[in-house]
Design a protein around this ligand. Structure first.
Ligand code: SF4
Length: 448
């Protein structure tokens, strides 16, 4: 992975992009651990992904000027081609956090950390910098599991530190990368139960993607994946915190709740995991994403819920533009459907290229009549290969190979390509521009 130096034009551009477009403040690309599933380990050579050392406080101060105080400030998550490492390895991490709090006294700050550098002192300081939320990449609650999965040299301390978070009233979510073939199903199960019992607001269970260069021993077999789905089903009915599988196992747009946050408006209204939202203030939501948005925007929404074979009325007490406290899997944004509708040629033939996971959701969308006159074509990832299939990691060559297999490609009046595969300048992860796909006069449009 190429290391970019502070002062480099490319690093500056990517940093500003992360802050302006995502409200993500990158601190450092360095990490103190070496997780076997780390997404940066098995990139094919030639992939444009970058690391960087700890940024100076001067530069971070300049970048902070681009942060939006009305949105959560995110630290420790990747938003561009910059690798985000472990934020607590930044030698001035606490100084920076205090400076941010002084600049943005009311704004929620979210910090994602592997937890290995947390101390009781740091947790004490966090408690004085609220509102703050941590995402702890726990992965395993056993010392053996943390060592195997993350190479954590001090795995024994994480249990007490997570318990201390609850004592200090610091909101946190737990994330667990599912590698049961390496640590065992019981370890995976107990890790999620521990997070729930320790007061995690939610538990995210992540199915990692593996490129064609991944060591085969790291890749779980199909039998383990199907056993994993059973475990998720079991735990979703056992844990009190929402358990969210990523990527989600959904093949419809039904607004079914994946969970309800404790003491939230949804919890107080009596909503439960598995409820289907039929109507919100008389409107039937198109998808989970729309249901979440309608509930967030509404003040004291009235709901009709489908549960156990019957419809029931519920009333939620909440202010407009505040969180309803529900967890739903991400399916399809109706705004995106509208963008597709306005982009296609209504009188002609249209083709949309998309990733395999998105196919079913768009098929449902076509079935319910949200869009007409649109053919769909899934594009496999050949650059990353393996189990990688999300649109953000597709390249020009992947799209080119898929288009080459379409018999009458010249018959299409409009070909839509997901914009998420390209950066702001229109380049993919291998440095090719999307317009290379329009060679030969193909009527190509990027769709965001
Ligand atoms: S903690 Fe995160 S960045 Fe560090 S090695 Fe693990 S997955 Fe990679």
């Amino acid at each position: 992975m190429t290391e970019l130096k502070e002062g480099s034009e490319l690093l500056q551009r990517l940093l500003v992009e992360a802050v302006r477009d995502h409200n993500v403040l990158p601190l450092t690309g360095r990490c103190n651990l070496s997780c076997c599933f780390c997404s940066h380990r098995f990139n094919p050579p030639g992939t444009n992904a970058y690391s960087f050392g700890p940024l100076s406080l001067i530069l971070l101060g300049e970048l902070s000027a681009y942060l939006d105080s009305q949105q959560k400030i995110i630290i420790g998550e990747s938003a561009t081609r910059l690798r985000e490492g472990e934020p607590l390895t930044h030698p001035r991490f606490m100084d920076l956090l205090k400076a941010l709090r002084a600049l943005f006294p009311e704004t929620m700050i979210q910090v994602t950390t592997n937890g290995s550098l947390l101390t009781p002192q740091i947790i004490e300081e966090f408690s004085m910098l609220q509102p703050l939320e941590l995402i702890i990449s726990l992965n395993s609650i056993s010392s053996k599991g943390r060592r195997i999965l993350m190479g954590d040299p001090n795995p024994g301390q994480i249990r007490q530190l997570i318990e201390l978070l609850a004592v200090r009233k610091i909101n946190f979510q737990g994330s667990v990368v599912a590698m049961p073939h390496l640590v065992g199903f019981e370890d995976l199960k107990q890790t999620q139960i521990f997070l729930d019992q320790s007061g995690a607001k939610s538990v995210r269970l992540l199915l990692p993607g593996f490129t064609r260069l991944t060591d085969p021993e790291l890749i779980p077999g199909e039998d383990q994946i199907s056993r994993l789905y059973h475990l998720v089903y079991e735990l979703q009915h056992q844990l009190s915190a929402p358990l969210l599988l990523e990527p989600p196992l959904i093949n419809d747009l039904n607004p079914v709740l994946a969970g309800v946050f404790k003491d939230s408006p949804a919890d107080k209204a009596g909503l439960r995991n598995g409820d289907l939202i039929f109507k919100i203030n008389g409107t039937q939501p198109f998808s989970r994403v729309e249901a979440f948005r309608l509930l967030t925007e509404s003040s004291d929404p009235a709901l009709i819920i489908w549960r156990a074979g019957q419809y029931s009325d519920f009333k939620m007490t909440k202010a407009a533009q505040t969180s309803p406290g529900i967890a739903v899997s991400y399916d399809l944004d109706p705004d995106q459907v509208d963008r597709v509708k306005t982009s296609i040629n209504p009188a002609g033939k249209n083709l949309m290229l998309l990733s395999a996971p998105a196919l079913v959701r768009w098929q449902v969308s076509l079935r319910v009549g949200a869009i007409n006159k649109l053919d769909l074509l899934t594009v496999p990832s050949t650059w990353f290969g393996g189990t990688i299939n999300c649109a953000g990691l597709l390249t020009v060559n992947d799209y080119r190979a898929a288009l080459a297999g379409v018999a009458n490609i010249q018959g299409y009046n409009c070909i839509l390509v997901p914009g998420i595969s390209f950066d702001r300048g229109g380049f993919d992860l291998t440095g090719q521009h999307y317009l290379a796909l329009a060679e030969g006069g193909l009527p190509l449009k990027l769709i965001q």
